[in-house]
Ligand binder design. Structure first.
Ligand code: 4NP
Length: 179
């Protein structure tokens, strides 16, 4: 964790970001795919690495929910290559930012998080602009297609804010391009 890139030194290890929800088939893979796409489009893939995981084990090894894949594809993001996995205490040794979709995820993560963790454990929507006041990305699993569109709106907004935050804190320059 001490080798976090915190200057313009591009030889330092990448900043590691982990998005976490309950099942790792709807919200966190959406955040994973959207944020990875934004990072790639800004030419920062060497400096920022992205992953996602779930606090529940029901869907380990599964690809994202087809409704999440469909909502993402409509906006130009591909999620089909992602596979669900369980979050582990070891993740806190590897990830500089562990970002939860809702308070239940955050509470579960706090139970796994060692007291010595010196990264950021936070709600993803804290990096959002217009959706920040909502605090949580709602679980769309039991609802209809509208919920997945809402997830996309929130995730795109928070992904933009997160990238700006990381670039400011870690002094990365984003290439001009798709925002
Ligand atoms: P996610 O949604 O946490 O956004 O991946 C869910 C997916 C599956 C379940 C719950 C939430 N489930 O109970 O199986």
């Amino acid at each position: 964790m001490s080798d976090v890139a915190s200057s313009n030194n591009t030889e330092l290890a990448p900043i590691q970001i982990l998005f976490v929800c309950l099942g790792n088939i709807c919200r966190s893979p959406t955040a994973h795919g959207v944020f990875e796409s934004v990072v790639n489009s800004k030419g920062l893939s060497e400096h920022i690495a992205v992953d996602s995981a779930g606090t529940g084990d029901w869907h380990i090894g599964h690809e994202p929910d087809t409704r999440a894949q469909h909502a993402a594809k409509k906006r130009g993001y591909e999620l089909a290559h992602l596979r669900a996995r369980l979050v582990t205490p070891q993740d806190f040794q590897n990830y500089h930012y562990v970002l939860a979709m809702d308070h239940a995820n955050l509470n579960d993560l706090r139970k796994l998080c060692p007291p010595s963790y010196d990264g950021v454990l936070d709600l993803f929507l804290n990096y959002s602009g217009e959706h920040q006041h909502l605090l949580e990305v709602p679980d769309p699993y039991a609802g209809g297609a509208d919920g997945f569109e809402q997830v996309m709106d929130m995730v795109e907004d928070a992904a933009q804010g997160l990238l700006e935050h990381i670039c400011a804190v870690h002094k990365f320059s984003a290439a001009p391009g798709r925002s």
